[in-house]
Design a protein around this ligand. Structure first.
Ligand code: FPP
Length: 226
């Protein structure tokens, strides 16, 4: 969800205002995804690298996350959406992790859309966690390192998205053409969609345009066209 800061700057407003409008765009997208029957939607809210931002901006973002979790969770639940969080929880304030746990517990049985929110998340961190899990399982003699398919299953079970399908469509707003450490392993065969639209301006129409573009892709997964 890139471009909140620039969206605000263009309007001579503080960056935190851009993040607030970003929250509005987020609510809009969740509703659009539910309407489009998307099974899993993962949003990158805060990366492992975002911790190097000025403390005042980090604090404002954490306040916004807490506020959104308190205020938006009822509507999310009422719409049958299941929320889960991925990322390094140890680095987050206890108030946020408590709200995350409550939101996950409250919505655990919902089935209309699975919403994953990545907070303090990094794809490299995720891969390292999975590698540590694999090493521990191998140490305990529970996986045969000579069996490539067993190794793969064990490794993928250690990823934060272990029970989710791989990424089909990867959307980045804000004009940059990079993945910035998001779902690296899971996006091996994702279709990459880059749009100059700044996140607060990302509308249902932008989302439908991305979905239409995706529907026209010829996905071969390393094979040949049949
Ligand atoms: C990136 O834009 C955006 C973020 C680091 C924060 C995203 C947060 C929200 C959309 C708020 C709502 C989120 C939740 C989970 C309630 P940027 O600051 O890098 O913008 P810039 O590239 O224009 O500077």
């Amino acid at each position: 969800m890139d471009g909140n800061g620039r969206w605000a700057k263009e309007r001579h407003l503080p960056r935190s205002f851009g993040h607030q409008r970003g929250r509005r765009a987020l609510r809009r997208l969740i509703e659009s995804a539910r309407r489009a029957h998307i099974p899993v939607l993962t949003l990158f809210a805060f990366s492992s690298e975002n911790w190097i931002r000025p403390q005042a901006e980090i604090d404002a973002l954490m306040r916004l996350f807490a506020h959104a979790l308190e205020r938006d969770i009822e509507a999310i639940h009422a719409n049958g959406i299941r929320v889960q969080f991925i990322g390094e929880r140890d680095r987050l304030p206890p108030k946020i992790t408590a709200l995350m746990r409550d939101a996950e517990a409250k919505t655990a049985q919902n089935q209309a859309l699975r919403l994953l929110i990545a907070v303090s998340y990094g794809g490299q961190w995720d891969i390292l966690q999975a590698a540590i899990g694999l090493a521990r399982t191998a140490q305990n003699g529970l996986v045969d390192l000579n069996d490539a398919s067993q190794v793969r299953v064990c490794f993928e079970q250690g990823l934060a998205t272990s029970d989710c399908p791989p990424v089909d469509l990867f959307i980045r707003t804000g004009g940059e053409q990079r993945m910035s450490n998001f779902l690296l392993w899971q996006s091996a065969y994702a279709e990459l969609y880059f749009t100059p639209c700044l996140w607060p301006a990302f509308s249902e129409q932008h989302f439908v345009t991305a979905l239409t573009w995706f529907a026209e892709r010829n996905r071969r997964f390393g094979g040949v066209e049949t």
